[in-house]
Write a protein that binds this ligand. Structure first.
Ligand SMILES: [Zn+2]
Length: 278
């Protein structure tokens, strides 16, 4: 069933986080839904703003919403890293929850725009995630940006002034693959989650993090983990293997279910880590 981003956190707890997975096409959608149904756990499908502009709000967004409505477990569907105000309003009108990313803006400007989007989302019964702090890599994981760890003060001020439902923080997490071991500031997660009390906090760049660090982060208060790269990697690797067989298959139905299964396997493995089942 389709529920809102805000509602899905009823399934999170002291020891349990919700998996949020970036989807790009039907195979990712099918893979993530399959993983949620197999594990009988809720999950979030996220669509990056650029991907949604390519796929279309009604087409790709509509497919994800339709799949969530049909799923045997509760699911939410949201735009990830939205920056285009007019486009995001159309997404909300259509029925998508959003993440508004003003983390690259000056702090006060981020507050102002995030609050405006929060008011718009809430007046349409949708939820919103905001972000402060800067991750070490750009959204697509290709470009290095300056890393800025979120302070407790910033988190508290931002949460109270913007009226958001969920907050993404920067605690050493990066998008894409990590160079060396992921260095996550677990004590800072604990400080921020204690200071924010009920507001769920999110870690982006959840791929390529060892499961024990994920578990420690969840115990410190992370309630949503964003996974993009690990699914894209599984998808590309599986497609590559299929394409490099002696006889290259050209029937889409010889390819699509196989890559969807590969996406599902990785998503299910993550959901189990988030649900403390491994
Ligand atoms: Zn992100």
């Amino acid at each position: 069933m389709l529920i809102t981003l805000k509602e899905i956190f009823k399934y999170a707890g002291d020891n349990v986080a919700i998996g949020a997975f970036n989807i790009h096409n039907l195979e990712f959608i099918k893979g993530v839904v399959q993983a949620a149904e197999e594990t009988q756990r809720p999950a979030i499908m996220m669509i990056n703003e650029a991907v949604l502009k390519y796929g279309g709000i009604e087409i790709l967004g509509g497919a994800a919403i339709a799949a969530a409505k049909k799923a045997s477990v509760d699911m939410a569907v949201m735009v990830d890293h939205g920056e285009d105000i007019d486009f995001l309003k159309k997404c909300i009108d259509f029925g998508l929850d959003i993440m508004f990313d003003g983390s690259h803006l000056p702090f006060e400007e981020n507050i102002k725009l995030t609050k405006m989007m929060a008011d718009y989302a809430h007046s349409h019964n949708r939820s919103i995630e905001g972000e402060i702090g800067q991750l070490g890599l750009s959204e697509d994981g290709d470009e290095e940006t300056e890393q800025k760890i979120t302070s407790v003060e910033e988190a508290v001020t931002f949460a109270s002034k913007t009226d958001i439902d969920v907050l993404a923080i920067s605690v050493g997490n990066v998008h894409g693959f990590y160079k060396g071991e992921a260095k996550i500031n677990v004590p800072r997660i604990k400080e921020i989650s204690s200071a924010l009390e009920k507001m769920p906090i999110v870690m982006h760049g959840g791929s390529d993090i060892p499961s024990e660090i994920m578990r420690a982060s969840i115990q410190a208060g992370i309630k949503k983990f964003n996974i993009a790269t690990d699914l894209k990697h599984a998808y590309a690797l599986t497609m590559y293997d299929l394409m490099h067989q002696d006889t290259m298959p050209i029937q889409p139905l010889q390819l699509f279910p196989v890559v969807a299964d590969a996406v599902a396997a990785v998503a299910a493995e993550k959901i189990k880590i988030f649900s403390s089942e491994v």
